[in-house]
Every structure is written in structure tokens, then in C-alpha cells.
Design a protein around this ligand. Structure first.
Ligand SMILES: [Fe+2]
Length: 289
């Protein structure tokens, strides 16, 4: 018979991994159990607090659907997502920095011709995006793919709009032989992460606001290079200094230049003001990883 006190329980649990044949898993679980036990001891967790935590995690799971990922939101708002990204994608070589993917990626956006308007019928101020995808040595990367998504001009993603079954403000654009890309969408605005679920309750309890600065998402990839999951942030947007998911990187802040109504870069007449923004993404060769 073995019984454990508040210290010996930790070693008793980690010792159960002795037969595990996966060294990496053993290391992760040993550390996880040790830190978790230390945390419980440190705060002297009560039974009702423990049950509240169980209920919270249960709610987070129940809130997830094929359109909503509350666990990613929890990870994002606790800074875990950006910590994992920072450890795995250290900024170096002038390559484009990574940031959070967030909970609104929808796989399978259509590949569209360069110059397409990704945000046809979407509320928001028109914005024309252009730039190049390059290697870290400056070589233009032909055939690089930008998988792009954003909310509308009011900060709502298609997935969040009840009854909206179609993709909006999403698309994939490939670079030309000179590594150039261009497309039209909207200038994204700041928006709150979803606050109607358990993570929203957590943020309110913590005394935090739920806002993210305006940004457009992209996964940029090219043959023989490491893909990067990133954003372009709108310079001057509210909440650049207090992103609720800690994803802001200065190198990803882009100037959106405002133009009066007139002829846009695509030659079409616009009756409203519009914006232009230019940004080059540099990708690391896969072999350099
Ligand atoms: Fe976003």
C-alpha cells in the first residue's frame, strides 16, 4: 500500500512514465505534471476553485464547433500561442515574422486570379494590396501562394455571421514570375475576439478588453521555403499597443495610404475613398531551418 502527501504525489505520478517508450512525450508529461502540481500547491487551490476550472474547460470544449475554436482562443488570450510561435520562429534573416493563426482560418479558400477582389459584397473601405514574395536573399519567388483571410470592415468574420454559409473576404493569390502579388480587399478594422463564451467570461473576470488591432491574415508559402503564418497590421489602428492575443509585431505594421474617390490601381472608378498598401514578404529557404 502506498499513500502520498502533498509533496510525494508529484514524484508518484511522474514515476508512472518509467515504461513510456516516447522520450519526448515523457519529458512533456513529466514537466506538465510537475508544474501543475506546483501551481496547485502554490495557490493552495480549493476544491470549489478546482471544480470551477473543470467546469470552465468543459465549457471551452462544448463551445467548439466546426466553425468556432474556443481552445485556440483560450491559448491566444493566455499568450500561449504567441509564445509557442516565438520559440519556433525566432525573428532572423529579415524573414517575415510569424504571428497567431487565430480561430477563424477556413481551409480551402478559392485560388483567384491576381487582382481579384476578395471582399466582393463585404462591408468595408476598399483597400488594394500589393507587394512581392522574396527569398531571404532577395530572390523573387514565382508561384508563391498567399492564403488570405480577414473580417469585414466592422470586424466580423464570415464564420461569425449567423446563417452565412459561404466564405467571405478569403482567397488564395499566387505570385507572378517576378514574385509580385496584388489583390483587392477591405481595410480591416479593430474587433473584439468572441466574448459570448467562456473565454469572454474569463477576460471580463481578468479585467481585460477583448480587442485586436486591425489586421489581415495570410499564410505565405513557396516551394522550397518555410511557410509563414502572419498578419499585416493597419498602422495607426486602435489597440496596436494592447492586442488581446499579444500577436502584434512591429515588423508587420503596414501603412494604408488613403486616397480620395477616383480611379483605383485596377483602373476601376471608386465612388468612395480607398486605400493602398504595399508589403514584401521574405521567406526562409527550407534547408536553413
Ligand atoms: Fe483576425
Amino acid at each position: 500500500m502506498r499513500e502520498f502527501d502533498e509533496q510525494s504525489i508529484t514524484q508518484a505520478v511522474t514515476a508512472t512514465l518509467a515504461e513510456c517508450d516516447d522520450p519526448r512525450f515523457t519529458r512533456i508529461m513529466t514537466s506538465l505534471v510537475s508544474h501543475l502540481h506546483d501551481f496547485v500547491r502554490e495557490v493552495r487551490l480549493t476544491e470549489s476553485e478546482w471544480f470551477t476550472a473543470i467546469q470552465f474547460l468543459t465549457d471551452v470544449g462544448r463551445t467548439c464547433t466546426d466553425r468556432r475554436q474556443e481552445f485556440i482562443l483560450l491559448s491566444d488570450t493566455l499568450g500561449v500561442s504567441i509564445l509557442v510561435i516565438t520559440l519556433n520562429h525566432p525573428a532572423q534573416d529579415g524573414s517575415a515574422e510569424s504571428t497567431v493563426q487565430g480561430p477563424f482560418y477556413w481551409e480551402g479558400a478559392p485560388e483567384l486570379p491576381r487582382g481579384s477582389n476578395l471582399a466582393e459584397g463585404v462591408k468595408g473601405e476598399p483597400a488594394f494590396y500589393s507587394g512581392r514574395v522574396l527569398g531571404t536573399d532577395g530572390t523573387p519567388l514565382a508561384g508563391a501562394l498567399l492564403d488570405i483571410w480577414s473580417g469585414d470592415g466592422e470586424g466580423n468574420y464570415d464564420m461569425q455571421i449567423p446563417g452565412e454559409a459561404r466564405m467571405k473576404a478569403r482567397g488564395r493569390i499566387r505570385t507572378d514570375e517576378g514574385g509580385r502579388y496584388w489583390f483587392r480587399s477591405i481595410r480591416p478594422t479593430f474587433y473584439p475576439v468572441p466574448t459570448d463564451g467562456p473565454v469572454g467570461r474569463m477576460l471580463r473576470k481578468m479585467g481585460r478588453h477583448p480587442y485586436r488591432p486591425g489586421h489581415i491574415h495570410m499564410i505565405v508559402s513557396a516551394p522550397g521555403h518555410l511557410p509563414v503564418t502572419t498578419h499585416l497590421f493597419v498602422a495607426g489602428s486602435k489597440y496596436l499597443d494592447s492586442d488581446a492575443v499579444f500577436g502584434m509585431k512591429e515588423s508587420l505594421v503596414a501603412q494604408f495610404e488613403r486616397h480620395p474617390p477616383g480611379t483605383g490601381p485596377d483602373g476601376a472608378r471608386l465612388e468612395t475613398p480607398f486605400y493602398t498598401v504595399s508589403y514584401d514578404f521574405r521567406l526562409k529557404p527550407a534547408a536553413a531551418s
